[in-house]
Design a protein around this ligand. Structure first.
Ligand SMILES: Cc1cc2nc3c(=O)[nH]c(=O)nc-3n(C[C@H](O)[C@H](O)[C@H](O)COP(=O)(O)OP(=O)(O)OC[C@H]3O[C@@H](n4cnc5c(N)ncnc54)[C@H](O)[C@@H]3O)c2cc1C
Length: 321
């Protein structure tokens, strides 16, 4: 194809996170083809690992991947909350699991890496949207679904308010224990002062963790350089048990990420229109929330299933595509 020629697709999904891939899979199950455009050059190794709650499990069953997922990751039987300062702990029974594999269930070629959308244009309410990619290429889509996270370009196109910032930073990472770790199959949340450390084993050798801390003026200088993220995170968990410090020191460098936490208020969700023509958003792009309930990813999986159902009905009833 001539590079100046405009490509055309039926359903285009922006982003290669959990919501994006689940949406493509849900559409695939309804017989609808889609492509995913992801700005990273390869599959992301963090942020794709989440604890999945009961509603997320139901969505995974619908997507036909739940039983395979159960074989690739350990099941989490309970949540343990620990407050170091007051020497208190409590347990909550829970069923969760963790993994990153949805992409393998998609038809080959669905995900295109290294494709960053810089803008969306639409001439009139009833026209189809056109996406501008970095590098100058453009793609026309009959349906555009923005699953491009909390700083969504598609949300900007829809005129959504910018998601509000919490004064909290979260670092996420994966630590591999070649000889196995001794952690029980539980989601542990340990607090000391204003620092929260979450830990969930993925397999008997791999552990997913996150550290949430208050934003301070000196954090303005923080970069996304993994060396700096590891150094500063190790320093803020001083006073936590030694296994927490060792877990962070042993993190895989390319798994480390730093996020300034954002959220959309419930009243913004109730009062906002999330569609313009055939363009909409899902997942964090629509309803980014704090990690306190561990629901962002499960809600994104639900979005995928509901969107695919609605779109399939629309296609059946009106032959939209
Ligand atoms: C510390 C922490 C812990 C969490 N723990 C849990 C948990 O236990 N359980 C749970 O359910 N949820 C959890 N969450 C929330 C969960 O991670 C998110 O809700 C979920 O990952 C959202 O997925 P998404 O696909 O909507 O967005 P994202 O994961 O943000 O994916 C968006 C994708 O879009 C791509 N992208 C962005 N802009 C563009 C562009 N212009 N062009 C092309 N691509 C683009 C990005 O590279 C990215 O791959 C947690 C969040 C945090 C911060």
């Amino acid at each position: 194809m001539d590079s100046a020629e405009e490509e055309s697709h039926e359903v285009v999904i922006i982003g290669g996170g959990i919501c994006d891939v689940a949406t493509a899979l849900a559409l695939h199950r309804k017989g609808l083809r889609s492509i995913i455009l992801e700005k990273s050059e390869r599959s992301r190794s963090t942020g794709a690992a989440i604890g999945v709650r009961a509603n997320g499990w139901r969505a995974l069953h619908y997507l036909g991947v739940a039983s395979e997922l159960r074989q690739t990751a350990v099941s989490i039987h309970r949540v343990r909350d620990v407050w170091i300062d007051v020497g208190k702990q409590q347990e909550i029974p829970e069923g969760m699991i963790l993994s990153e594999f949805l992409v393998d269930a998609l038809p080959p070629g669905t995900v295109r890496f290294g494709c960053q959308i810089v803008s969306v244009n639409m001439d009139g309410e009833n026209a189809y949207p056109t996406l501008q990619l970095n590098g100058g290429k453009s793609i026309r889509a009959k349906v555009l679904i923005g699953c491009d996270g909390s700083r969504s370009t598609v949300a900007d196109f829809l005129g959504l308010k910018t998601a509000k910032l919490f004064s909290l930073l979260a670092v996420r990472g994966l630590t591999n224990y070649p000889n196995g770790h001794a952690y029980p199959h539980e989601f542990t949340r340990t607090r000391r002062g204003k620092i929260l450390v979450g830990r969930i084993p993925i397999t008997d050798k791999l552990v997913y963790w996150f550290v949430v801390q208050q934003l301070t003026p000196s954090d303005e200088k923080l970069t996304h350089d993994p060396e700096m993220i590891k150094r500063s995170t190790t320093s803020i968990v001083t006073g936590f048990p030694s296994d927490v410090i060792e877990m962070i020191e042993g993190a895989e460098m390319d798994s480390l990420s730093l996020t300034h936490l954002r959220h959309r208020t419930p009243w913004d969700l109730l009062l906002t229109t999330f569609r313009k023509g055939t363009v909409t958003v899902a997942g964090d792009a629509m309803h980014v929330m704090g990690p306190f309930l561990g629901q962002g990813g499960s809600a994104a999986l639900e979005d995928a299933v509901v969107l695919a159902r609605c779109l399939a009905q629309k296609v059946g009833a009106e032959g939209l595509i």
